[in-house]
Design a protein around this ligand. Structure first.
Ligand code: OAD
Length: 254
């Protein structure tokens, strides 16, 4: 049996599925991943070094500029066949929870109903002091690539507005994390797609699922620390592997 057929058999009979996605699923839409080298004007920056509360305190204009650039990229791109395949899985299996570490909205655009955004969203800025939600300032005209940008002031207290994402050293949204852990504990199949499996607690979700007896399928062109717990590793880009998996799992199923 090929890896694809084995994965399709697991997906075809699964009743409770968790799909955990990372930056790799959006790569083919044109959103850069975190740990692949940055290109262009941002290449001299380390994405992880920009994603901390300390970085924002030290240089808010740099960090706000970086996230506004990311948002402008995301607003210009479209979901790919990988995101669409995830939405199909959601529609076809009896229970499916989509959990993403991505701060883009490409799962929603592809038709996923309510993905859990474990690391927040580019579209939910808030005050860095009083947490008052702030409006998204419309589509950025041109990507502010490599440029500092002054964050807007909070309408309530005047402090700088910050991106609505989770930074290193910050807690994940409690409700989202709780429902993600619950879904991983209850599933019979976990599908992990395009994540390096290096950032916790997200990376623990497939481990929880495996420990409690679920099968784990991984889609990633590269090996990751999650390889050992996976029943099947589909090595390749998500936009190719996921549609093939969906086709093989549900072919002829109406
Ligand atoms: P990473 O950038 O760490 O990893 C991306 C993964 O996607 C790698 O394992 C690649 O091999 C894989 N990949 C690349 N192209 C792919 C493709 N076409 N199809 C499938 N996989 C592909 O991104 P994440 O694992 O999402 O957190 O990173 C996790 C978290 O670390 C992010 O949410 C962010 C980051 O720092 C915060 O900012 C809190």
């Amino acid at each position: 049996m090929t890896d694809l057929n084995e994965a399709a058999a697991l997906l075809g009979r699964a009743k409770r599925v968790v799909v955990l996605t990372g930056a790799g699923i959006s790569a083919e839409s044109g959103v850069p991943t975190f740990r692949d080298a940055l290109t262009g004007l941002w290449e001299r920056f380390d994405a992880q070094a920009l994603a901390t509360p300390e970085a924002f305190r030290a240089d808010p204009d740099l960090v706000w500029g970086w996230y506004e650039w990311r948002r402008s990229v995301v607003q210009r791109v479209r979901p790919n066949d990988g995101h669409r395949a995830v939405a199909t899985i959601e529609a076809r299996v009896p229970h499916c929870t989509v959990i993403t570490q991505n701060v883009d909205d490409l799962h929603e655009q592809a038709g996923s109903a309510a993905p859990v955004h474990l690391h927040g969203s580019l579209f939910a800025p808030r005050c860095s002091v009083c947490a008052e939600p702030a409006p998204v300032t419309g589509p950025a005209d041109e990507p502010a690539e490599g440029r500092r940008l002054r964050p807007p002031a909070c309408v309530r207290c005047g402090a700088p507005v910050r991106p609505g994402v989770v930074w290193f050293g910050e807690a994940l949204p409690a409700v989202g994390l709780q429902s993600a852990v619950q879904a991983a504990a209850d599933c019979d199949l976990a599908l992990t797609v395009g994540t390096s499996g290096l950032v916790h607690p997200a990376a623990e979700l497939p481990l929880v699922a495996a420990r409690l007896g679920a099968a784990v399928i991984q889609v990633n062109p590269q090996p990751t620390p999650l390889d050992p717990v996976c029943a099947v590793n589909l090595r390749g880009p998500a936009a190719e592997q996921l549609p093939a998996l969906v086709e093989a799992a549900f072919a002829g199923g109406g």
